[in-house]
Write a new protein. Structure first.
Lengths: 50, 190
């Protein structure tokens, strides 16, 4: 996410990701740092932490 | 006594030489094109947290997508962790396997970890959202890399996971995080 919100903050970034534990595939599209679509729709996306 | 020691030393040297020659003979020879892929990866790895994979590098260089080429390059990377810190830190599997192969491995490994029989091919295909022939191809590649071992007594497609991969950290093994930019650049991060 450092890249999405930093170096590539002015770009469209597509992320194809493996689920942390299962065999599911996750597809996220960010435009200018904002999440614009997610598949599957049930994907829970956390950004940040502490 | 001295003569015996000398003979033992000579014998050991010969054995070492033979082992080295055997290992080199088993190592597939890289073509000039394969070397370009390796060079691309070595240059790309580390920048932007990149752990770019062999298939992504082949795409970027417009190398024809061929299993044999990918296996040759992957085998070289597996055998040569000294070429980059990314291989040593994240493991050769991270940069060599495709997303499909990682998910197939994960499906079989998770079942074995949980003490369950390997899922049949149809279930595997459903779990990883692939067609059965693609799952078969993935399994064959995992077996070539010795991640899976043929086992006639095993359920499902008839393979068991090699022990060292069973012990891998579940949340770190066989994962992918692939990025595609508007420019068309594709890379992986970890």
């Amino acid at each position: 996410m450092q890249l999405v919100s930093g170096k590539f903050a002015n770009e469209k970034v597509t992320i194809d990701d493996s689920s942390p534990e299962s065999t599911a595939r996750i597809h996220l599209v960010f435009d200018k740092g904002n999440l614009v679509s997610q598949e599957p729709a049930s994907t829970v996306f956390f950004w940040g932490g502490g | 006594m001295r003569a015996i020691c000398s003979r033992i030393l000579i014998l050991m040297a010969l054995l070492l030489w033979a082992a080295s020659a055997w290992a080199q003979g088993n190592q597939p020879q890289l073509s000039a094109q394969d070397q370009k892929v390796i060079d691309y990866l070595v240059k790309d790895w580390g920048g932007d947290f990149s752990v770019t994979t062999v298939d992504q590098a082949m795409n970027a260089l417009k190398v024809e997508s061929a299993e044999e080429t990918r296996f040759r390059i992957g085998s070289y990377i597996k055998a040569h962790p000294e070429i980059h810190e990314v291989i040593r830190r994240w493991g050769w599997v991270t940069v060599v396997l495709t997303p499909d192969e990682k998910l197939i491995a994960r499906a079989i490994i998770n079942a074995q970890r949980d003490g369950k029989p390997s899922p049949p091919l149809s279930e595997l295909a459903k779990a990883v959202a692939l067609k059965e022939p693609d799952v078969k191809r993935g399994i064959a590649m995992l077996a070539r890399y010795e991640i899976l071992t043929k086992d006639e007594t095993a359920a499902g497609p008839g393979y068991t996971v090699t022990q060292r991969y069973i012990k891998w950290e579940p949340r770190l093994g066989f994962v992918f995080h692939n990025l595609t930019l508007d420019s068309g650049r594709q890379f992986s991060v970890n």
